[in-house]
Design a protein around this ligand. Structure first.
Ligand SMILES: Nc1ncnc2c1ncn2[C@@H]1O[C@H](COP(=O)(O)OP(=O)(O)OP(=O)(O)O)[C@@H](O)[C@H]1O
Ligand SMILES: [Mg+2]
Length: 298
């Protein structure tokens, strides 16, 4: 069974996509088989890893992206996987083991336009199709939008572990608080659709601080986040060993440049300025791998 992991925060722009893409890439580099699923209609992870030309083809006709398993239900998840999605300019695969199920902008229609047939919620349909493919992977990762609406629910229903990228500020703490409440509500509401073999309902495993600027003291926001996390641990609202991960990600220009290049940071030519943030992503990846082994989360 793969580890199924969602990255989400109720706050936008905190680094969910950049963290999950780079963790996925570090996992693949280590030799794990990784499936990254883009569940945010903004399509940032898809555009990043496919680059505009390949992604435009999807977006123009809407076929071959997540929403096409819903309406009209033309594709199954197993047919829309981009295998070894990271390629160089010559089209050569340069990061084998990292597959992507992409989205296009039409995924936004799942929230209002789509009427689930037979009353089966979108997340249950998604799970049914995922079960056909997930055992081909060691890790299934979900990049989610900053809410717990239908697209995000597809990831949260199937994930066992949730990681919360955050910036060291008050708004990220509010995002974390909102997320915890909404996730618990959703877990209760969706419980009757869970099947054996899915493992535990998604639980928050921890906070990852992202985009930390040099010489900025993050001790106070960190302390506030730790306080809230302790409260939630005692109230059993998050995993018993939920924590703030020691590996935080520094602010670095290469993270934004990597998007422009259509490459994860570990595939960008390394310079002295890029090594630091790459080692942050590698450390975070190691800590996530270890965290799962320690807590047998699934
Ligand atoms: N460590 C970092 N250093 C520098 N820039 C970063 C870093 N992490 C993220 N960014 C930049 O911050 C912006 C927001 O990051 P990202 O898209 O990963 O956030 P998000 O939480 O996924 O946003 P959304 O809620 O819109 O999905 C992007 O422009 C990204 O390149
Ligand atoms: Mg994002």
């Amino acid at each position: 069974m793969p580890r199924r992991i969602a990255f989400i925060n109720y706050k936008g722009g905190v680094g969910k996509t950049s963290c999950i893409v780079n963790v996925a890439a570090c996992l693949a580099e280590t030799g794990y088989r990784v499936l990254l699923i883009d569940l945010d209609a903004q399509s940032n992870a898809s555009i990043w890893l496919m680059r505009l030309e390949r992604w435009n083809n999807l977006n123009v006709n809407g076929q071959g992206s997540v929403f096409s398993i819903f309406d009209p239900a033309r594709d199954r998840l197993k047919d829309i996987i981009f295998k070894d999605v990271v390629i160089d300019r010559a089209g050569k695969s340069i990061l084998p083991g990292l597959d992507l199920i992409p989205t296009s902008f039409n995924l936004i229609d799942i929230e209002h336009e789509y009427n689930p047939p037979d009353g089966i919620p979108a997340y249950a349909r998604f799970q049914d199709q995922l079960s056909e493919i997930e055992n081909n992977y060691d890790f299934v990762l979900y990049d989610c939008p900053p809410n717990v609406m239908r697209a995000a629910q597809c990831g949260l229903f199937n994930a066992n572990e949730v990681y919360v990228p955050s910036n060291p500020d008050a708004l990220s703490l509010i995002g974390f608080t909102l997320l915890t409440g909404k996730l618990l509500q959703f877990s209760e509401r969706s419980a009757s659709f869970r099947r054996s073999g899915m493992g535990k309902a998604a639980q928050i495993q921890g906070i990852v601080f992202n985009a930390i600027k040099p010489n900025v003291d993050i001790e106070v926001p960190k302390m506030r986040m730790q306080f809230r996390l302790n409260q939630y641990r005692n109230q059993k609202k998050v995993a018993p060993n939920a924590k703030i991960f020691g590996a935080s990600i520094r602010d670095a220009v290469v993270v934004r440049r990597a998007v422009t290049l259509g490459l994860p940071v570990n595939c960008v030519a390394q310079t002295p300025g890029t090594e630091g943030v790459l080692s942050d992503y590698k450390n975070l990846t190691k800590q996530i791998v270890r965290h799962g082994e320690e807590s047998a989360v699934a």
